[in-house]
Structure formats: structure tokens, C-alpha cells
Design a protein around this ligand. Sequence first.
Ligand SMILES: Cc1cc2nc3c(=O)[nH]c(=O)nc-3n(C[C@H](O)[C@H](O)[C@H](O)COP(=O)(O)OP(=O)(O)OC[C@H]3O[C@@H](n4cnc5c(N)ncnc54)[C@H](O)[C@@H]3O)c2cc1C
Length: 416
Amino acid sequence: MTLREKDPVVVVGAGIVGVCCALYLLRDGHRVVLVDRGAPGEGTSFGNGSIITEEAVVPVQTPGVAWKVPGMLADPLGPLSIRWSYLPKLAPWLLHFIRASRPQRVEEVSIALARLLDGSLTAYKPLVEAAGIAGMIRRSGWVSVYETESGFKSYEPMLELQRRRGVNFEVLPAEELRQLEPSLAPIFCRGVFYPDVAHTVDNFRFVQELAAAFVRLGGTIRQQSVTGFQQDENGVSAVITQSDRVACSGVVIAAGAWSGPLAAMLGSRLPLDTERGYHLTLPHAGADLRLPVYSTERGFVCTPLENGLRIAGTVELGGLEAEPNWQRAEVLYRNANRWFPGLDRREESRWMGYRPSMPDSVPVIGASPRHRNAVFAFGHGHCGLSLAARTGDLVAALIADRDPGIDMTPYRPDRF
Ligand SMILES: Cc1cc2nc3c(=O)[nH]c(=O)nc-3n(C[C@H](O)[C@H](O)[C@H](O)COP(=O)(O)OP(=O)(O)OC[C@H]3O[C@@H](n4cnc5c(N)ncnc54)[C@H](O)[C@@H]3O)c2cc1C
């Protein structure tokens, strides 16, 4: 990496990924400026399921997904749905997505994900210690639950994939599932317990605390919208915002689902799109969960947070512009209420967010092919909270021209 001297490294985007990149760069002794059009953590990192997992080695595009596309179009409330009106714009991404669902490619992707996920919790250690928030991470494990034997059977090939990647899990019969999580209604035939999965007690406060630590440790945050870059034969020399010009020695693009146009300005057109997801947070839910509970059949998670029960998930391929379909949040409630009957909705809040998603489920982490002092760090899809610290560590290594410790080829921006 060729860094210009003296000027700071500018990180664009103060979501969980950008904040962790900024903290790792600070640890390396750089001056760092974090630029976001809003306050830290108010993008997609605001409302996720709070899960930090090293086990997410199964991509979204599992084999046979092409046959499910008509169903995704037909059911706007399904766990994975596509908005008709967005189909023309989505088509190139969808083709990559379907191509990446070939069994051989799924195997490769799961290996690439496993290498990235390995150590993702450990990578948080220095950051949460510096911020004094190690206690915000709970290592309770999580359990995925199956309502039907056929649902479980259809997921078995993915359990095999997890087994091949060395994921630690235990299949539980109904009775043992009830003992593990007594608050669940007796409607499940099986559970799969993943003991090594962790969660934060509040994912939004988590980002805010990390961002506050970044400032305490000497970093600068600017609340501005990035509109362009000053570029020459030596790389990017400044980041242009709507009201300013910030000279830089290097730049990291970590603007989540909005990174596409910024990468394009730096010469890379990437198939980044968004998988929209929804959440409900119930401060008085009345369900006393010991650990997060997840359903692969219905595509959502219930996580016990310090401020209530978070019900989060589902995928809607509908782009960045369309209005939310709040009926999807109602479906989340109905499903969760079957698991924990009588959920109290007083003072509930609802939210929709934009997962930054590459069609092969692998984030982009690597130097821009045009400018060696520009690094891309986006496209973390369903795993941005899990992978943020690990990404920060890798980005700092790339900026410092250090050996990142893993082969970065699968994450390169020019892989498409
Ligand atoms: C319902 C749901 C549940 C999820 N559950 C989990 C989970 O349990 N575990 C997990 O690991 N992941 C989960 N995810 C995924 C995770 O939330 C995302 O992968 C992650 O938040 C992405 O972080 P980010 O920093 O890349 O993006 P963001 O958090 O979106 O941050 C990007 C930032 O860039 C800023 N920005 C954009 N453009 C510009 C610009 N031009 N100028 C200045 N600033 C700009 C935005 O304002 C924003 O703050 C979930 C996602 C959803 C939607």
C-alpha cells in the first residue's frame, strides 16, 4: 500500500464496519478521520439481530435457490421475497446470485466465509477492552429451531456443510430443546444448539460506545456526506464532502449498502445490492429468553437485549428507494408470538434496514484496482456485526502493507 505522508486516513461510513476499521487504523498509529452523513451506527448497524457468530459459513444462495425465485416473487411476505417493481434493476445481481449457488461455488464460498469468520470474536477483544464494554458481549450460544421434520431434513445438507467447516453444534430432540430454552412454546420437533455464538446486549449502543472510544483515543468524526474524491496518478489525495475537502493519505470505503456509487467513482463497478430486513423491539415482551433463538425456515431471530426483545430478520430484495412494507414486520410479530405466546407490544418500535449484500455472500475487502491507497470494506450482508472487527484488522494490515495472515483473493473487489 502506497500511503501519502502526514495526512490522515479517511474512513467513509461510521457503521459497525467503518468504526472498527477506524479503531484498528488508530491502533496502528495513523491519524484517522471518520466521515458519515449521520451519527455513528444509524445506518444498518442500528437495528440488526445483535448476533456475533463465527459459524455463519452457509451463504444465502444455497444450491437450488434458482427454483425458489418464482415463489419469492409471488409472496411479498415470505422469508425471502423479491419486489416485482425492482426486478429489472436487480436482474444482474440475481444472475450472479444464482450462478453462485452451484454446489462447487457454495463450497468455495463457505471456505472463504469460514476463513474470515475464524477469529471474528477475538478481533473484537482489543476494541471492546479499549472502550470498556467487554461486558456488552454475552457468550450464551444460540439455538436454531425447526417446527417440522421436513424443514429440518431440508436443512440437513447445510448442517453437513457446517460440519465440513468444523462448526461446533449439537442436534437436540424436542425435549432437550425445551430444557435449553424453557420459554419456547412446545411446537418444535428439533433444535440445533451452537454453543460458540455470542450476542451483544444492544448492538446500537455497542457501535456508539466504540465510536466514542475512537474519539477518546484521538480520532476525529465529521458528520458530512461524501460526494467525491480528488484523484491523481499517486492515488486518492482528498475526500470531497458536500461542504468540505479532507486531504487524506489513504481512504477506506465502508459505507455499507451505499458504497456502490463511491466505489464506482474510484473506478470499480461492483454488483452490490441490498437485502432489506425488518425488526421489532418489544421493551415489555414478557418472554424470558436465556439465549437467542433462530429459525432457518422463517428467516428470523429473537434476541434478548438489555432494552427488550429484538425480533429481526427476513430478506426483501427491493433496493434502497422503495418504502418499507410494514406488513413484513407484522409477520415477524405473528411468528414470534407463536414461539412465545402473549408477547406484549406496549411501546414497541419497528425498523427496516439495508443489508449491504454481494451476490456471492462474500464481502469485498481489498484495495481498489485503480488506487492502491483506497481500500474497500463493504458487502457484509447478514454478517456485518460479526465480521466488523475482523475486517478492521484486515483493512489496517492492507493499509500498512502487512501480511493479513489469510489469502485475501476470495474477497477482492475485482473477482466479478
Ligand atoms: C434485520 C437485520 C438483522 C441483522 N442481523 C445481524 C446479526 O444478528 N448479526 C450480524 O452480524 N449482522 C446482522 N445484520 C447485518 C448487519 O447489520 C450489517 O451487515 C451491518 O450493519 C453493515 O454494517 P456497515 O457498517 O457495513 O453498514 P451501515 O451500518 O449501514 O453503515 C454505513 C454508513 O455509511 C454511511 N454513508 C453511506 N453513504 C455515505 C456517504 N456518501 N457519505 C457519508 N456517509 C455515508 C451511512 O450513513 C451509514 O452510517 C442484520 C441486518 C438486518 C437488516
